[in-house]
Design a protein around this ligand. Structure first.
Ligand code: AP5
Length: 219
C-alpha cells in the first residue's frame, strides 16, 4: 500500500526544509505545490503565469488549477510508493479532493505532521530566507546560512529571495493561512492522523521528531 504524508504548518514553519531532509529517508518523493508553481513560472507555462498573479499577492491559487496539477503529479510512476506532500492540501476542498484521488491509488492520508511555529517567528524566517534557483534548496541568512554568500551548498547555483517573501506579502500569506488552511488541523485531528511537532526547535531536532512521529503513525 502506498504511504502518503502531508506536512501542514504556516508559511515559514519549515515544511520545505524538513521535506528536503526526510524525503529520501522515507523513500517518498517530495511533492511541493509551491515548487511546482514556481517551476511552471520559470518555464513560462500558462499555469505558471496564472498562478504567479495569486502567489505574488500572497493569495491561494484557485482550487481547480491546484487540484488538477497535484492529481497529474501524483499519478506519475515515481509516486508508486506514495508521496510526501508539502503545501497541499491547503483548503478543505483540496483535502476532500486528495482523499478522492488517493482512493483511486488504493491509498489514504496516513500521517499529517503539523509543524507548529508561533506567528511572531514566521516573519523573520521568511524575510531572511534565501532559495536556490536550480532546485529550491532553502537557507536562512541567520538560522541556516550557506557556506558561501549567495551560493547553494548543494548545487552551486545562485540564491535568490522569493517575490512573496517581502514583509507585506508575508503578512498577507499568514492571514490567508489562518483563514483558509488552519481549519485543516481540526479536520485531520478528527480523522486521527494529526501529530504536532514543535517547529521552534533547531532544524535537526525538528527532523528527529518528525521522523519519530511519522514512523509511529505508519508502523
Ligand atoms: P509555498 O511555496 O508552499 O509556501 P508556504 O506554504 O507559504 O511555505 P513556505 O515555502 O513559505 O515555508 P516553509 O514552511 O516551506 O518554510 P521553509 O522550510 O522554507 O506556497 C507559495 C504560494 O504558492 C502560496 O502563497 C500560494 O499562492 C501558492 N500555493 C502553493 N500551494 C498551494 C495550494 N495547495 N493551494 C493554493 N495555492 C497554493 O523555512 C522558512 C525559513 O525558515 C527558511 O529560511 C529556513 O532556513 C528557516 N527555518 C526552517 N526551519 C527552521 C528552524 N527550525 N529554525 C530556524 N529557522 C528555520
Amino acid at each position: 500500500m502506498p504511504v502518503y504524508v502531508v506536512l501542514v504548518g504556516p508559511p515559514g514553519a519549515g515544511k520545505g526544509t524538513q521535506a528536503q531532509a526526510i524525503s529520501a529517508k522515507l523513500g517518498l518523493p517530495h511533492i511541493s505545490s509551491g515548487d511546482i508553481f514556481r517551476e511552471n513560472l520559470k518555464l513560462q507555462t500558462e499555469l505558471g503565469q496564472q498562478a504567479a498573479a495569486y502567489m505574488n499577492r500572497g493569495e491561494l491559487v484557485p482550487d481547480d488549477l491546484t487540484i488538477a496539477m497535484i492529481q497529474e503529479r501524483l499519478s506519475r510512476p515515481d509516486c508508486a510508493p506514495g508521496a510526501l506532500l508539502d503545501g497541499f492540501p491547503r483548503t478543505p476542498a483540496q483535502a476532500e479532493a486528495l482523499n478522492e484521488m488517493l482512493g483511486k491509488f488504493n491509498g489514504s492520508v496516513n500521517a499529517v505532521p503539523y509543524i507548529n511555529v508561533p506567528e511572531a517567528v514566521l516573519v523573520e524566517r521568511l524575510t531572511g530566507r534565501w532559495t536556490c534557483r536550480a532546485a529550491g534548496h532553502v537557507y536562512h541568512e541567520k538560522f541556516n546560512p550557506p557556506q558561501a554568500l549567495g551560493v547553494c551548498d548543494v548545487d552551486g547555483s545562485e540564491l535568490y529571495q522569493r517575490e512573496d517573501d517581502k514583509a507585506e506579502t508575508v503578512t498577507r500569506r499568514i492571514r490567508v493561512y489562518l483563514e483558509q488552511t488552519a481549519p485543516l488541523i481540526a479536520y485531520y485531528q478528527a480523522a486521527g492522523v494529526l501529530m504536532e511537532v514543535d517547529g521552534t526547535q533547531p532544524i535537526e531536532q525538528v527532523t528527529v521528531d518528525l521522523l519519530a512521529a511519522i514512523a509511529k503513525a505508519t508502523e
